[in-house]
Design a binder for this molecule. Structure first.
Ligand code: SF4
Length: 366
């Protein structure tokens, strides 16, 4: 297939659904890790079209949602400074910290600006030499190369007023944390295609072997997801636990070596706190070596704050696939995209936003 429409072809989707029905003889629970896949599943009604014995649950693959409240609170402190221009993606401006969000800081007079890439933030730094320009660098392995490139460019240009507040997370340790949890009910994973475009899929192989869980790397179109579910259920029915690549038009086993080298040049692996989940060992990236001078948390010597989540929000359970958004008592009532209590309702990749947007309610969600 060469064109996008072909990956949304209704007749082909029906055919794939019949193949899944034929192969699935028992109940299976599958987690899609990526927020974009969650949105595609709900948008195209894949969760409702699948045979009832297949349950899809949603994982922690929304980078905005998993940025810890402690780091959002640090962002609020930095953004409130008179000598700072704080730059961030649009969704991050609305994510609640302990008491407010970045948009509130902007309303109070802080210079908070929305950007589309770290290179935009770099330009703001070039254009404003009298200010320190901080970029809120969040995301999975997908955004890490561009963030690394911005730091390398700042170093090359001698831009001393460019800084990063980082909250980088890695997918394989998150899968490991879910697979090893006593509450785990996931029997197979759909791995995120865009992350694997950078990293390749070899690093998932030890996980599949250790936890005896099949993992299928997949894309984001309805036929990609249905095809991957068919591959996963076929493995489960056959008692296999391998890593398979449905997204071969973009992903190789080795990944993008140049992007990986760029990440390794600038970042090192570190323990990372995930919002609502807690610290997962070796699940994040932080600036290393001579690049630590670009680390905003270090430069501003920020101390640990006594951060707190909205008490009603069960985002941590939603992000681990233990609960579905409609099971949250605030879903669609106190918590809506316009008045979000938690990040999964704010973010365009968040599971709560997807359920709200595509009108899934308790009782219809499975
Ligand atoms: S519906 Fe709102 S309050 Fe409930 S888990 Fe989702 S983001 Fe949190």
């Amino acid at each position: 297939m060469r064109y996008l429409d072909e990956y949304r072809d209704g007749a082909a989707a029906q055919k794939m659904l019949r193949q899944i029905e034929r192969v699935a003889t028992r109940p299976w629970t599958i987690m899609e890790v990526c927020g974009s896949q969650t949105h595609a599943i709900l948008k195209y009604g894949i969760d409702e079209l699948l045979p009832p014995q297949i349950t899809l649950i949603h994982g922690p693959g929304c980078p905005v949602c998993v940025t810890p409240v402690e780091t959002v609170d640090q962002a609020l402190v930095i953004a409130s400074r008179d000598d700072v221009i704080f730059t961030s993606y649009g969704d991050m401006l609305r994510v609640p910290g302990s008491s407010k969000d970045l948009l509130s800081v902007k309303a109070e007079g802080g210079d908070v600006r929305m950007v589309y890439s770290p290179m935009d933030a770099l330009k703001v730094a070039r254009d404003n030499p009298g200010k320190r320009v901080v970029f809120f660098a969040i995301g999975f392995e997908t955004t890490a190369p561009a963030n690394a490139m911005a730091v390398v460019a700042a170093e090359r240009e001698g831009l001393a007023n460019f800084l990063m507040l980082t909250s980088h997370v890695l997918i394989p340790p998150a899968i490991q944390a879910i697979a090893s949890s006593p509450e785990n009910r996931v029997q197979g994973f759909l791995a995120p295609g865009h992350v694997c475009t950078v990293t390749g899929y070899a690093q998932y192989e030890p996980l599949a072997k250790k936890y005896r869980l099949p993992i299928v790397v997949t894309g984001f179109e309805p036929l990609d997801i249905l095809h991957a579910i068919h591959m996963l259920v076929s493995q489960l029915e056959a008692g296999r636990h391998e890593v398979e690549n449905q997204y071969s038009r973009s992903v190789t086993r080795e990944g993008n070596r140049q992007a990986q080298a760029l990440i390794d040049e600038v970042f090192e692996v570190a323990d990372q706190r995930w919002r609502g989940i807690g610290v997962i060992p070796c699940s994040g990236l932080r600036l290393k070596g001579r690049y630590t001078k670009y680390d905003a948390a270090r430069v501003f010597a920020l101390e640990e704050t006594a951060s707190r989540e909205a008490s009603v929000c069960i985002a941590g359970l939603v992000l681990q696939g233990v609960r579905k958004p409609p099971e949250c008592p605030a879903f669609g009532k106190e918590c809506t995209p316009e008045h979000a209590l938690g990040a999964p309702m704010v973010s365009s990749e968040g599971a709560c936003a997807a359920y709200y947007l595509y009108a899934r309610r308790a009782g219809t969600a499975r």
